[in-house]
Design a protein around this ligand. Structure first.
Ligand SMILES: [Zn+2]
Length: 192
């Protein structure tokens, strides 16, 4: 895997912000590959992964990397527990949602009302708030059986199966699907 910086051209296989975030640490040929090594890389990744309409700060606040990595593992634990049939930990998600900026109406100088955000937490909480909101949606609104882990046992990537047939099995054909096709072809050939 090339070590290009995230942002433009990042590969996203998750088809959902939260699963893409979980996939920022992955195992390739038995080696752990970490896509985030600095606060700036977290911000660049969010720029590439979020809807362009979401406003992001020009610079990542100190502590963004640690906060993003912690959130990633908290969400991974939530998704995996829910996938195993457990109820999501509402206290954890609610704690995260409480630190996200709230919407409120503010009065402009000319008297007009404008929708703004009030913000009480740390700057990196604001940065990660769109991910926390997406996690709340994923755990409540999506049909969770569509949240899948790639069927390659050596692959750690997750995705949301948005296909009509819901038969998606691989993070991507290029990474794991073709590998599987080749190995089952070899097995058939060896058995013949
Ligand atoms: Zn895979």
């Amino acid at each position: 895997m090339d070590k290009q910086s995230p942002g433009a051209g990042i590969e996203l296989y998750g088809d959902h912000l939260v699963l893409d975030l979980m996939n920022t640490v992955m195992t390739v040929d038995g080696n752990k590959v970490e896509r985030w090594e600095s606060d700036a890389e977290v911000l660049a990744w969010l720029r590439g992964a979020l809807d362009p309409a979401v406003e992001l700060p020009a610079h990542a606040a100190p502590g963004s990397l640690a906060a993003a990595r912690l959130l990633r593992e908290q969400l991974r634990a939530l998704v995996m527990a829910h996938k195993d049939g457990g109820a999501p930990d509402l206290a954890l998600l609610n704690g995260l949602l409480e630190r996200a900026p709230r919407q409120l109406l503010v009065r402009e100088k000319d008297g007009a009302a404008r929708l703004g955000r009030r913000f009480a937490g740390e700057p990196h909480d604001a940065l990660l708030a769109p991910v926390v909101e997406a996690a709340a949606h994923l755990l409540t609104e999506e049909r969770f059986e569509r949240v899948k882990r790639c069927e390659n046992p050596a692959c750690t990537l997750w995705f949301l199966d948005r296909s009509k047939s819901q038969q998606r099995r691989w993070c991507s054909m290029a990474l794991c699907g073709n590998r599987h096709k080749v190995s089952s072809f070899r097995k058939r050939k060896a058995a013949a």
